[in-house]
Design a protein around this ligand. Structure first.
Ligand code: T5A
Length: 203
């Protein structure tokens, strides 16, 4: 089983992923968590470049670096873990590139979908939890932390990313479950569990 968490920066992905990880481990599942970009030595190096304010990266290079990080992660971590029947939870996956680079940076979405198809090797999440918050809430939750290269892009960019995520959820309602993430952590987790529990494989 493969579950991904999506949404704009500060939406609470990591919080919910950690709660689900603990819940599944406590009831006896073998769970692996990953983050994008990252979770392999090369992908973590690409993450440092992608988020670093020092670099002025073209939109096309940015897409290709996110895709390269994803290809590394899928090949060396996610695919083998799924073959071992582990439950994999990922903090972001290919929807991020459609939302941020496609909608946010206004790059060609069909081209991104093709690149995603190449990198994911037919690994599609069983569920994707889209934690939906307004940009103002993202700013509140990130108050006091220093913006990285993506976070510094600004309001109009994030409004397009939010709209992009919502359209992905509308296109694929069976996979992408959109949750109002302005609710409490506990209420959000309760909704996630209600969806995940009936679909869990036997231990
Ligand atoms: N990116 C990534 C692309 O542009 N294209 C791509 O293809 C990919 C893969 C990666 C950046 O790269 C971009 C998107 C990103 O800009 P990241 O590692 O995913 O960055 O980091 P962020 O999205 O910035 O994630 P954060 O760790 O900042 O935020 P999370 O994980 O969404 O939120 P979390 O759980 O850390 O919570 C943030 C704060 O809010 C509180 C938490 O306690 C914490 O303080 N919080 C809540 N407060 C109130 N109510 C709730 N329900 C709360 N839930 C959490």
């Amino acid at each position: 089983m493969f579950i991904t968490f999506e949404g704009i920066d500060g939406c609470g992905k990591t919080t919910q992923l950690n709660l689900l990880h603990k819940y599944l481990k406590d009831i006896g599942y073998n769970v692996l968590t990953t983050r994008e970009p990252g979770s392999t030595p090369l992908a973590e190096k690409l993450r440092n470049v992608l988020l670093n304010m020092e670099y002025n990266i073209s939109s096309v290079s940015e897409i290709l670096m996110f895709e390269a990080a994803r290809a590394e992660l899928v090949d060396s971590v996610i695919h083998p873990a799924i073959c071992r029947k582990q439950i994999v939870l990922s903090d972001r996956f290919y929807d991020s590139t459609i939302a941020y680079q496609g909608f946010g940076r206004q790059q060609n979405i069909d081209d991104i979908k093709l690149l995603n198809k190449i990198t994911i090797r037919e690994i599609i999440p069983n569920f994707t939890f889209l934690l939906d918050i307004p940009y103002s809430v993202s700013l509140e939750r990130r108050f006091g932390s220093i913006d990285d290269r993506i976070e510094s892009t600004g309001n109009a960019f994030y409004e397009r990313v939010i709209a992009g995520y919502r359209s992905i959820a509308e296109e694929e309602p069976d996979r992408v479950k959109m949750i109002d993430a302005t609710q409490s952590k506990e209420d959000i987790f309760h909704q996630i569990i209600q969806i995940v529990k009936p679909a869990l494989p036997p231990i």
